[in-house]
Design a protein around this ligand. Structure first.
Ligand SMILES: O=P(O)(O)OC[C@H]1O[C@H](O)[C@H](O)[C@@H](O)[C@@H]1O
Length: 283
């Protein structure tokens, strides 16, 4: 296809999609968008760890696909964090040019037949980045799942950004034994304990990351995802992660999820779809 080629980034095999309005790279390991740059922009929307490990270690950065469960929710303690999709190899199974001059590729994971659900990911690159994760239940009984697009968004400094769209919600704080707290106004990195691991159930699906230093806003618009997650491990947590370390200030994860109490029941023969659109606006 015009504008689609295979390449490598940090040793990862990627599909590069170039359109008149943006360029994106999608890693075949994880089916993971690792870069999205609007035409004319100098800074990537995505953060990809400069210390990224090699497969089978999950890629720290871009948009990991957490599926068919988020974290280890509903799983035994030794289950791989965030499911099987992000450590599977994916292949391109379809591609087309959209009516608006964008490019759309559809991916499917290989070798995770132990999961009773089937999944496909469509990535549409145009003015915005759109991703659609479709989960189909081919069986005869309802299956329960959780999931996320675990967006690592690049920021100038996590301490100087804010996330709008969460004010008035109640979040579950993983750093406080999942106790609930009210969110007053926009999310900002707490000054007293600069880290965040929060699930916002019943969130509205429109989140705006405002970065006054990079002078841009990143809008994440979600359909079919009831929860938002905002994560940054903070300095101490990052020190224990080989692929974050001193780089913890360079990103914040604003995730489109169904997690915590927002569990999805996929009926027999049914399909559930999680969609997100990510766009950038100069400030
Ligand atoms: O280290 P990972 O398995 O990639 O998970 C990274 C993070 O993902 C989510 O944001 C979870 O809410 C966090 O609890 C977790 O630490």
């Amino acid at each position: 296809m015009d504008g689609v080629r295979y390449d490598t980034i940090h040793g990862l095999d990627v599909v590069v999609v170039e359109t008149p309005t943006a360029t994106a790279s999608i890693s075949l390991f994880g089916g993971q968008v690792v870069s999205f740059v609007a035409a004319g922009a100098t800074t990537d929307v995505m953060w990809l760890s400069p210390l990224v490990a090699s497969p089978p270690t999950p890629i720290r950065g871009g948009v990991p696909v957490c599926w068919p469960y988020f974290g280890r929710e509903g799983q035994p303690d030794d289950a791989p964090s965030h499911g099987y999709a992000r450590t599977a190899m994916w292949e391109v199974i379809d591609g087309r040019t959209t009516d608006f001059g964008g490019t759309e590729l559809t991916f499917a994971p290989q070798g995770i037949e132990q999961v009773a659900l089937h999944v496909q990911l469509t990535v549409r690159v145009g003015d915005a980045l759109e991703q659609q994760l479709r989960t189909h239940n081919p069986g005869s009984e309802t299956i329960t799942m959780t999931e996320a697009f675990h967006n690592y968004l690049r920021v100038a400094d996590v301490g100087s950004v804010r996330v709008a769209g969460l004010g008035g919600l109640t979040y579950l704080d993983k750093f406080d034994d999942m106790r609930t707290h009210p969110q007053h106004g926009d999310w900002v990195l707490p000054a007293d304990d600069p880290r965040s691991d929060r699930i916002y159930p019943g969130a509205g699906g429109e989140y705006r990351l405002i970065d006054p230093v990079l002078q841009r806003a990143i809008d994440v618009t979600v359909h079919g995802g009831q929860s938002a997650v905002v994560w940054n491990p903070g300095e101490h947590g990052a020190a224990g992660m080989a692929d974050v370390g001193p780089h913890w200030r360079e990103f914040v994860c604003v995730e489109a999820a169904n997690a915590g109490p927002d569990v999805i029941d996929v009926p027999a023969g049914g399909t559930h779809t999680l969609t997100q659109t990510i766009s950038v606006t100069p400030l």
